[in-house]
Design a protein around this ligand. Structure first.
Ligand code: UTP
Length: 407
């Protein structure tokens, strides 16, 4: 993109301040800035005043397949899942592009050491859990790791240094998720440097399109990977490419599945899997009305009792079909480092603007059906979101201990 084209694009979006220092920049920095202007999607900025996510359709409960029912069919489901893994039809996608702000660690979250007597890294727990399945099936599951521009090099280096924790390097591919500009409250992008616009990762909903952009769908297509199990970095107990979950989704003719746990209270901060206008959907904990919290099933149990834990399986073909549809955009307040008028670098201590994200949970509403598959929260749900308190290193350590994992 040349200067005139960049000028035109910025003018269209009211962002001409980006070129304020252009004249004084050396040639290579000018090129870098023009390249960034060409790449970035400024369309998102128009949502700074109106979040696109507020309007929900008609919400109704979606029954979950509960543990006793799963237990009855365990052998059949597991065998079906194992067969898919052996045929190489299952891939796993680790979402590790987040900032991990709440945990407050400098490193990528997966590098966090939860060990007490020896190092046990979050990435290591994930790989160890995957290796259980690899041994059970006698076949590798291709692991795609989504990083962000901010943590990519550190993440890849860490895996290299640790010998992929025993996983086959041939079955691990890294890709960087897209970024979007970060702005002040009026939708004006911040500058990080005179030649660089402030950006932030575009949210975990960008995983499939980022995979596509990075050319990784070729591995999926050529390898005949029919299902992708997408999961968060921070749950150190989760089962990945779980044969029983895969089998249950498949045998029941679903195109997607979501692992869910019974909520520990109506106010627990997890999204509830439900139906929205007859299609699967997730209502976030803050969207649950009192009426929904009190609603009961015919047997008297709470109607919105199952929360998602960010472990989903999707049929790849379905995702390809819906890839071009725009997911709702979530506008999130955030602390955005920036360069002030005098050229000083500022690390704000309070939120000073917005980042623009799409979320994987919104992908559920794009598919025709989704199996809500209950797992035992004490065995499969140990998220590390915070440094202390709820969903923290302490709570995850305690759950690991209960499950006989040495830390
Ligand atoms: P969270 O919503 O917990 O966000 O991400 P986070 O960035 O890790 O942590 P906070 O909110 O800053 O404290 C849920 C999952 O989605 C991934 C995270 O890495 C985590 O696995 N994620 C999130 C991405 O891969 N990219 C993103 O842009 C955001």
């Amino acid at each position: 993109m040349n200067y005139e084209e960049a000028y035109g694009k910025l003018e269209k979006y009211g962002q001409l301040h980006v070129l304020k220092y252009y004249e004084e920049l050396p040639e290579e920095k000018r090129e870098a800035l023009l390249g960034q202007i060409a790449e970035l999607d400024f369309e998102v900025l128009k949502y700074c005043k109106e979040n696109t996510t507020n309007e929900k359709g008609k919400i109704a409960p979606l029954a979950a397949m509960q543990m006793p029912e799963i237990e009855k069919h365990k052998e059949e489901y597991t065998a079906a899942g194992i067969e898919e893994i052996r045929k190489g039809r299952i891939g796993a996608v680790l979402l590790a592009g987040g900032m991990g702000t709440r945990l407050g660690s400098e490193c990528p979250k997966g590098m966090f050491d939860i060990g007490m007597t020896k190092p046990v890294y979050i990435f290591q727990r994930i790989i160890e859990n995957m290796l259980d399945v690899v041994r059970q099936a006698g076949a590798w599951v291709h692991l795609f790791v989504m990083t962000s521009d901010k943590n990519h090099d550190t993440t890849v280096k860490f895996f290299e240094e640790k010998g992929y924790f025993g996983y086959s390097k041939d079955y691990v591919s890294f890709f960087v998720q897209d970024v979007v500009p970060a702005s002040d409250y009026d939708g004006k992008v911040y500058m990080e440097e005179k030649w660089k616009i402030s950006t932030s990762p575009n949210g975990n909903g960008g995983w499939f399109s980022s995979m596509s952009k990075c050319g990784l769908l070729d591995i999926v297509r050529e390898g005949d990977i029919e299902w992708l199990n997408v999961f968060a970095v921070d749950n150190v107990l989760q089962r990945i490419a779980d044969p029983c979950f895969i089998g249950a989704t498949l045998v029941n003719g679903c195109v997607a599945g979501a692992k869910v746990v019974r909520k520990n209270s109506p106010d627990e901060r997890v999204g509830a899997l439900c139906l929205e206008d007859g299609r699967p959907s997730i209502v976030e904990y803050y969207e649950l009305t009192n009426e929904m919290k009190e609603a009961k099933n015919a047997d008297g149990s709470p109607a919105y009792d199952f929360g998602v834990i960010l472990n989903y399986i999707f049929k790849t073909q379905e995702l390809e079909d819906v890839m071009d549809r725009q997911l709702p955009l979530h506008v999130v307040e955030k602390q955005i480092p920036y360069m002030d008028e005098e050229g000083n670098h500022i690390e704000p201590e309070a939120p000073n603007g917005y980042k623009y994200e799409t979320l994987v949970l919104d992908m559920i509403h794009q598919v025709d059906n989704c199996l809500a598959y209950e797992v035992d929260r004490n065995r499969e749900f140990a998220p590390i979101k915070n440094a202390a308190g709820i969903d923290s290193v302490e709570t995850a350590r305690e759950l690991c201990r209960m499950n006989g994992i040495e830390l």
